[in-house]
Design a protein around this ligand. Sequence first.
Ligand code: HEM
Length: 438
Amino acid sequence: MGGGGSNPDPQSSYAEFRVQNSVWGKGWLDKTQEWLKGKGKDDSVPSNLWRIHDGLYDLEEFASRHPGGESWIRITRGSDITEAFEASHVHPDVPEGLLKKYRVGEATWPRRSPFTFHPQGFYRTLKRRVGERLGKENGPTWKSRLFQDLLLAAFLLAFLRAAVTGARLWAVVTGTWLAFPVIYAHNFFHMRDNARMYAFDLSGFSSREWRISHVLSHHMFPNTILDAEITMSYPLLDYLPRASKGFLLKYLSRFYINFLFPFFMPLDLVRRYLNVAVGIQPLHPENILPLAELAILAFFRGFVEGLSLWMWIHASCSVAFLISLTASHHHEDIFHDGDRPSPDRDWGVGQLQAIGDRKEVMGIPWLAGITFGDHILHHLFPTVDAFRLPALYPVLEETCREFRVQFNLFSFPELAMGMYRQMGRTVTNPNIPICNCK
Ligand code: HEM
C-alpha cells in the first residue's frame, strides 16, 4: 500500500492475492489456502520451516503435540508466524521455552510485517500484566459454555418451530437468532480445538476456513492489505481509502451492499461445496450441518418450501452476522492501510488503531459475545474467554495511560454510519487519533 509508510508494498503477492482471490479472481474458490500461499511467498521462509521473530524453527515433529491443536502449526508451515505465536499465548513462558528446542537457524532477512514486539513495548507489557491478572486460567469458563449451549438450544427450538409451521417469519427469527451462537462460536474457534467451535458451521461459513481468513489474517493484520476480510469482498466492496475508486465503489457500494449481505453466507457455502466437488478440499464432517438443516426442513415441508425456508434462515443470519462484524472496524477515524500509522509500530498499538469498540456492550460479556463487542481486548488476547475479558479493562486502561495510547470508542449508530462512509472513502487520513507514544 502506498501512503504513510504502511506495509507491505503494493508489489507483494498480498496485493496480487487481492486481485486473484477477490470475488472474480481465479483463486476465489480456494481463497483461504491461496492467502496462506501468498503469505508464505512473501515471508520467504523455507517450505519446511516456520519463522518466529528472527528465528527459524522446525516444528514438524512438535505439530501433533501442540496443546493448542495440530492444525495451527500444519497450516502455517513455510511462513512467519510471529504475530500468531505472540497473540495466542497469554502465558508465553512455556511456549517460548519449548521453542528453543526446535530452533534450526537464523532468519537473516527482515520480516515483511511492519509490527514489532519489544519486550518493554506496549503489547508485551500489557500481556505480562494480563497474564498476572488472569492467573493460570484463560480458556473457556463454565458460564461461557452454558451460555453457548443455551443459545444453541434456543436456536434448535426456533428452527423446529419454523420447520413444523413453515412460517416465513419464524424462519427470519430463527436465522437472526442463529447469528448469536455463530458469533459466539468465534470465541471458541480462537482457542484450542473444542466441540463448541463447530456451531460456527451451522451457518454458511466454515470454522476451519475462518481460522485462516479471520484468526491468522484479519486478527493479526486488521484493516491492512494482509487482512483477508478486507480483500475477499473486492471489487464489490473496498474499505481501504483509495483515490482510484470508481463511481460504483465510491458512491453506490454503500447502497447495494445491503442487498448483497443476505447472500454472503449462502454463496460461501456454495463455494465450499464446489471446492469439495472439484477435489480441492475434502468434505469435513462439520460441512454437512447446513445440508442437515435443509434435509430436516424438506422432511417437514417438502423440498421447494424447505429450500425457501432454509434460504430465509441463512439470509437473515448473514445480514445479522455481517453488520455486527463489519461495524467493529470501519469508520473514517479508524486506521485503514494507506492512513498514517502510529509512529510506534508495536503490534498492540497497531491493533488499537484499527478497531472501534462499542460503548453500549462494553464489559457485558454475554451481550458483547454475540455482537463482536469487547473487541479491542478480544483482538489483543483472542484465546481469552469472553467472560474473562471485562476484568482486564483496568489493566488495559492503566497500560494505555502509561504508553499514552488511546483506544477508539464509538456508539453503535456512529460505527454503523461510519462503516457506510468508509466504503466510499478515497482520501487517506493522516490524523488517525491514537497515540502520542513515548
Ligand atoms: C501458528 C502459531 C500458533 C498458534 C496459532 C497457536 C495457538 C495456540 C492456541 C489457540 C493455544 C490454546 C491457548 C489456550 O487455550 O489458552 C495454544 C497453546 C499452546 N501453544 Fe500454541 N500456537 C502456535 C504456535 C506455537 C508454538 C510454535 C509453540 C511452541 C513451540 C506453541 C506452544 C503452545 C503451548 C505450550 C501451549 C499451551 C499453553 C498453556 O496451556 O498455557 N504454540 N497455542
